[in-house]
Design a protein around this ligand. Structure first.
Ligand code: SF4
Length: 489
C-alpha cells in the first residue's frame, strides 16, 4: 500500500446525538426487538464456548495470526493481488469510498450491467454503493434476508450481523405484503418466520437468474491463493457468486490473512461469537472467474480493495481495531446499544466498535463526540470481543484527544483546573456536595436532578442523576463514629 495516509469518508447522520438517541428511545418496538435479539445472541456465544472449550485455543491462534497479518499487510496484499491475477481476476485499490464507487460503476458500465444482486456487506454500506449504482439506472437487490427487509423499508442496518434486528415479524409481514403487490408474487399468508422466509426465497430466486452482476463483501482474503472467503447462514452468497456473468468483491484491506492455516484458525470465530454456532452454515470461496479449472462461475471477476482510512491506523495505538471480524459480540453486550439500537449511532458502524472506528477512519472529522456520549465504561465489550480489541482503552484515548481539541478556551481550562483542585481535597469535595444539596431543589423533576447551572448544564443534556442524599456517607460516618454517636445505627 504505497502513497500517503488519507482520511476515510463515511456516510453520517448529522443530527446531534441527543436527537438521534431520543428518537431511538421513543421507538418501543425497536427497543424490544433489539433487546431480545442482543440477549439471545449473547446467550448463544456464552453457551457455545462452554459446550466447546477447544474453541478457545483456536481463538488465541486467530488473534496472533490476524495481528501478524496486519503488520505484514503490504506484502500479503501484493501476494493476494498476484494470485488473483494469475487466476484471471482483476484487483483494484480504492483509497477512499468515492474511489471505490467510481471503480464499481465503471466496471458495471463496461459490462453493460442492468441488474445487480448483492450479499450482505458492511463495506458496501460504508461506501454507499447502492446509491451510486441506482443513480446510473441499475437495479440493485439485496439478497440477505435481513438486508432485503431493510431495503424494502428504506432503512439502514441496525446491527453489524443482523441488519433487521430492530424489526418484528408484524412489521416484516407488512413490508412483504407491499412488496408482493408490486412483484406479483403471492404474499406470505401470516407472520410466521418460516412463511416470511419462504416468500423472500420465492421472490429472490427469480432475481438471481436475471442479474448481470453479483456484488459481495468478504470476510477474509487469503493471500496464499488469492481467495475471497464469504460466510453466510443463508447460502445466498453461493448464488450471487456463481449465477451472474460479472462478479465484484468489495473488501476492506484489513481482511487479509496469510494462508489456509490462518483461515482454519479464524473461520469459526464470527459464528461462535456472533450467533453462538460452531460454524456458519455456508462457506463460499472465490478464487477466480470461470474457465481453466473452474467449471462454473462468473466470466469476469474484479476485487476492489478498500482503504478508506484503514491503513492510517497501522503503527498507532489503535492498530488492533483492524483485527475486527465484524462478529457483533461487542454490540450484543453493550448497555447503550441494547437501549438505542444501531441506527442511533449515526454511522454504519455502531455499538462499541462503531464508536471507536468511525472517528478513527475519518481522523475525527465525523462523530468524534460519540466516545464521550455513547459509552458507560462498563468494559463489557472487551470481555466479549474474540479478537481482544481493547475498546474501552481506545474510547478513553479518543475522549482525551477530544478534550484536548475542544476544551481549548482559556476559561474552560481554568474552570476544569479549579474543579480538579477543589475535588482533590476531602474538604473541597464535601463542601461542594453541601452546596449542591442546598441548591438542588431548583433543578429537580420527578425525584431526579435533570439540569444544573453553568458548565454542568451540558452534562445534563444527555443524562440525569439522583439528588445528593439528605445525609452523605461521610456525614453519617462522622455523626456515628467520630462524634460519639450510636455505632449500630
Ligand atoms: S470489535 Fe470485537 S466484538 Fe466487536 S465486532 Fe469487532 S471482533 Fe466482534
Amino acid at each position: 500500500m504505497g502513497g500517503g495516509k488519507m482520511a476515510g469518508i463515511l456516510p453520517v447522520d448529522t443530527r446531534p446525538w441527543p436527537e438521534r438517541r431520543d428518537e431511538a428511545l421513543a421507538n418501543q418496538t425497536m427497543r424490544t426487538t433489539i433487546s431480545l435479539t442482543t440477549r439471545r445472541l449473547q446467550a448463544g456465544q456464552l453457551k457455545v464456548f462452554s459446550d466447546y472449550p477447544e474453541a478457545e485455543e483456536a481463538r488465541q491462534r486467530a488473534i496472533l495470526d490476524k495481528r501478524a497479518a496486519i503488520k505484514d499487510m503490504d506484502h500479503l496484499l501484493e501476494q493476494f493481488s498476484q494470485a488473483v491475477h494469475e487466476h484471471g481476476g482483476h484487483v483494484h485499490l480504492a483509497r477512499t469510498a468515492p474511489d471505490a464507487v467510481k471503480l464499481v460503476r465503471a466496471i458495471a458500465e463496461d459490462s453493460k450491467v442492468r441488474r445487480v444482486v448483492k450479499t450482505k456487506s458492511m463495506v458496501t454500506e460504508e461506501i454507499e454503493l447502492n446509491r451510486g449504482l441506482i443513480e446510473d439506472g441499475i437495479e440493485v437487490l439485496e439478497t440477505d434476508l435481513g438486508e432485503y427487509i431493510i431495503q424494502r423499508a428504506g432503512e439502514k442496518p441496525s446491527h453489524i450481523l443482523a441488519p433487521a434486528a430492530h424489526k418484528n415479524r408484524e412489521e416484516v409481514l407488512r413490508l412483504f405484503e407491499r412488496d408482493a403487490s408490486q412483484s406479483g408474487i403471492e404474499p406470505p399468508p401470516d407472520d410466521d418466520a418460516k412463511t416470511l422466509t419462504q416468500y423472500a426465497r420465492r421472490r429472490l430466486r427469480q432475481e438471481f437468474l436475471r442479474a448481470d452482476m453479483g456484488i459481495t463483501g468478504g470476510n477474509f482474503l487469503v493471500a496464499e491463493t488469492g481467495s475471497v472467503v464469504l460466510i453466510t447462514n443463508e447460502g445466498n452468497a453461493d448464488l450471487v457468486t456463481t449465477l451472474p456473468r460479472v462478479l465484484v468483491s468489495v473488501v476492506g484491506v484489513e481482511k487479509i490473512i496469510a494462508d489456509w492455516q490462518a483461515l482454519q484458525n479464524i473461520i469459526q470465530q464470527p459464528a461462535l461469537n456472533g450467533v453462538g454456532q460452531r460454524l456458519s452454515s455456508y462457506t463460499t470461496i472465490v478464487s477466480g472467474p470461470t474457465g481453466g479449472d473452474a467449471a462454473e462461475g462468473p466470466q469476469k471477476w474484479h476485487v476492489v480493495l478498500l482503504d478508506n482510512g484503514r491503513t492510517g491506523l497501522r503503527g498507532t495505538e489503535y492498530e488492533d481495531v483492524l483485527s475486527c471480524i465484524r462478529c457483533g459480540a461487542c454490540l450484543n453486550v453493550c448497555p447503550v446499544f441494547r437501549q438505542v439500537g444501531g441506527n442511533a449511532y449515526g454511522s454504519v458502524y455502531s455499538g462499541p466498535i462503531g464508536v471507536v472506528e468511525t472517528p478513527l477512519l475519518t481522523e475525527g472529522t465525523i462523530l468524534a463526540e460519540m466516545p464521550m456520549m455513547a459509552c458507560t465504561m462498563c468494559h463489557a465489550c472487551v470481555d466479549a470481543c474474540p479478537m481482544d480489541i481493547d475498546l474501552p482503552a481506545h474510547i478513553l484515548s479518543l475522549r482525551e484527544e477530544n478534550v484536548e481539541k475542544h476544551a481549548g478556551s482559556f476559561s474552560t481550562r481554568q474552570t476544569y483546573r479549579w474543579w480538579a483542585r477543589w475535588w482533590a481535597t476531602p474538604t473541597g469535595y464535601q463542601r461542594s456536595l453541601r452546596m449542591a444539596r442546598a441548591g438542588q431543589r431548583f433543578y429537580m423533576r420527578d425525584g431526579m436532578l435533570r439540569t444544573a447551572p453553568g458548565l454542568a448544564k451540558g452534562w445534563f443534556q444527555s443524562r440525569n442523576m439522583p439528588p445528593v442524599a439528605k445525609e452523605t456517607f461521610h456525614e453519617w460516618w462522622k455523626r456515628t463514629h467520630e462524634e460519639g454517636g450510636d455505632r449500630h445505627e
